[in-house]
Design a binder for this molecule. Structure first.
Ligand code: NAI
Ligand code: MG
Length: 499
């Protein structure tokens, strides 16, 4: 079978990309006030896939006003938690009903294999809404005994923080929308969500289901637009009480500055340079595919990608050869081809960035064990899965987030756990890490010593709606998911009554 015979496209997704898509403001689908639109590209060919309205500051202002009105006057924050939970659950059901369309849009827009979007992005999105639907009825305060002279009753209330601006990236477009929207909805906030300019489609399509789920107008507003215009305007807007951002550390710092105007609350989920530590007693047959998956999943476009592979010197050659073999066997192709195991990078910009890093690594003396080249000549943004050795901690490829399928492998020359932890922590980031060993004591000692928000033992990239996720150091502020994320979207009020 040739490619054309293998690929069949979901008719609903095909229909969705065939028409220009608009912005969701106050329950209505509208053009940008400027009338501008922008093209969305198919990363497997570089050709235009769809056109989308381009929001800028004027549309952000309109959307924030709608969210403000929905918060200050609308039913959403005043609704019973049980009813709010039911609407969120309904939204999950609707996404599930349109699962194939969402998986297809995600694959077309981002480039990831349809087979992956079907088993990861879409079901994790559904799960996140269901998990948070359950929390709507469980956001409680506490009663607190106080020592002030006299008799008092003191308790805390948890209240929604208000209007939230949410800015998301392109690596998991639908799932990142869910990570942001679901807890904000559960707590009774209203939202202006700005989807990434590279991948606006699934977030906009999700917006269509919001009304069907019975969520009132103005509670969820969805804007497509560029970061420097729409994103910056949202982060700076004085009508926004809190901004939640996922993306680069560089833009995270700009968000903090923009938020200073009205001291809106800020949470940030930023970059990483996560270590994968393989000790000499590791189950090598598990560690090899584990380390390969840690970097090559989603083409390395994961904030928690295991991009620094630290292997005990005794098994270094064996593990590197194993990971290289895995890399070589990965079949590159368009996301919709069922034979594809790795798609293109999301954009030409990312293609240039990642291949630039590979060139810089080589120029600084790194050795390419496998890969290192562009992955096709058809105009798509493909990069070969790449393993580099002979890297050191001064090199850009070791210090900076590459966000592509490129791993730097280094031997660990010292078996002392303190020293291994020091090397693992030798980064400005602190998002995630994995440790591979059969020694549960060593594994847990390292888990305690590694300064990162997530440590996986004998696994990597295990995610669950119930597990908090976020970064130490320059990987961010606050936590997404789990019970912890509710703190991002609530204010705490202490109420004291003199009895
Ligand atoms: P980015 O941080 O520029 O974009 C992420 C989001 O922020 C997008 O929605 C974008 O429109 C918005 N944005 C950009 N500039 C903004 C501004 N001044 N104010 C408000 N919002 C703004 O990331 P980009 O340029 O797409 O990728 C660059 C690098 O960032 C990647 O190579 C990777 O290292 C890192 N990154 C990390 C992600 C993560 O999950 N932590 C996700 C995407 C990128
Ligand atoms: Mg950028």
């Amino acid at each position: 079978m040739n490619i054309a015979q293998r690929i069949s496209i979901d008719p609903a997704a095909k229909n969705y990309v065939s028409k220009p898509r608009k912005l969701l403001i106050d329950g209505a689908w509208v053009n940008a006030q400027s009338g501008k639109t922008f093209p969305v590209y198919d990363p497997s060919t570089g050709e235009v896939l769809a056109h989308v309205a381009e929001a800028d500051a004027a549309d952000v202002d309109k959307a924030v006003k709608a969210a403000r009105k929905a918060f200050d006057e609308g039913p959403w924050p005043r609704m019973s938690p049980s009813e709010r939970g039911r609407h969120i659950w309904k939204l999950a059901d609707l996404i599930e009903k349109h699962a194939e369309e969402f998986a297809t849009l995600e694959s077309l827009d981002n480039g990831k294999p349809l087979t992956v979007a079907r088993v990861a992005d879409v079901p994790l999105t559904v799960d996140m809404f269901r998990y948070m639907a359950g929390w709507a009825t469980k956001i409680t305060g506490t009663t607190i005994p106080i020592s002030f002279p006299g008799e008092y009753l003191s308790f805390t209330l948890r209240e929604p923080v208000g209007v939230v601006g949410q800015i998301i990236p392109w690596n998991f477009p639908l799932l990142m929308a869910a990570w942001k929207l679901a807890p904000a909805l559960a707590t009774g906030c209203t939202i202006v969500l700005k989807v990434a300019e590279q991948t606006p489609l699934s977030g906009l399509r999700l917006g269509e289901l919001v009304a069907e789920a019975g969520i009132p107008n103005g509670v969820v507003n969805v804007l497509a637009g560029y970061g420097e215009t729409a994103g910056a305007a949202l982060a700076a807007h004085h009508g926004v009480d809190k901004v939640a951002f996922t993306g680069s550390t560089e833009v995270g710092k700009l968000i903090v500055q923009a938020a200073a105007g009205n001291l809106k609350k800020v949470t940030l989920e930023l970059g990483g340079k996560s270590p994968v530590v393989v000790l000499d007693d590791a189950d090598v047959d598990a560690a090899i595919p584990g380390a390969a998956g840690a970097i090559f999943f989603n083409h390395g476009q994961c904030c928690c990608a295991g991009s620094r592979l630290m292997i005990h010197k005794k098994i270094f050659d064996k593990v590197v050869a194993g990971v290289a073999k895995e890399a070589e066997s990965i079949k590159l192709g368009p996301g919709l081809d069922p034979d594809t195991q790795m798609g293109p990078l999301v954009s030409d910009e990312q293609f240039q960035r990642v291949t630039g890093y590979i060139r810089s690594g080589i120029a600084e003396g790194a050795e390419v064990v496998v890969g290192g080249k562009k992955g096709s000549d058809n105009g798509g943004y493909f990069v070969q899965p790449t393993v580099l050795t002979k890297t050191n901690s001064d090199m850009k490829v070791v210090r900076e987030e590459i966000f592509g399928p490129v791993v730097c492998a280094t031997p660990i020359t010292d078996a002392d756990l303190e020293d291994i932890a020091r090397q693992a922590n030798a980064t400005n980031y602190g998002l995630a890490a994995s440790v591979w060993t059969r020694d549960i004591s060593k594994a847990n000692k390292l888990a305690k010593r590694i300064r990162a928000g997530t440590v996986w033992i004998n696994c990597h990239n295990v995610f669950d709606a119930s597990l908090p996720f976020g970064g130490y150091k320059e990987s961010g502020w606050g936590r997404e998911m789990g019970e912890f994320v509710l703190n991002n979207y609530t204010e705490v009020k202490a109420v004291t009554t003199a009895l």
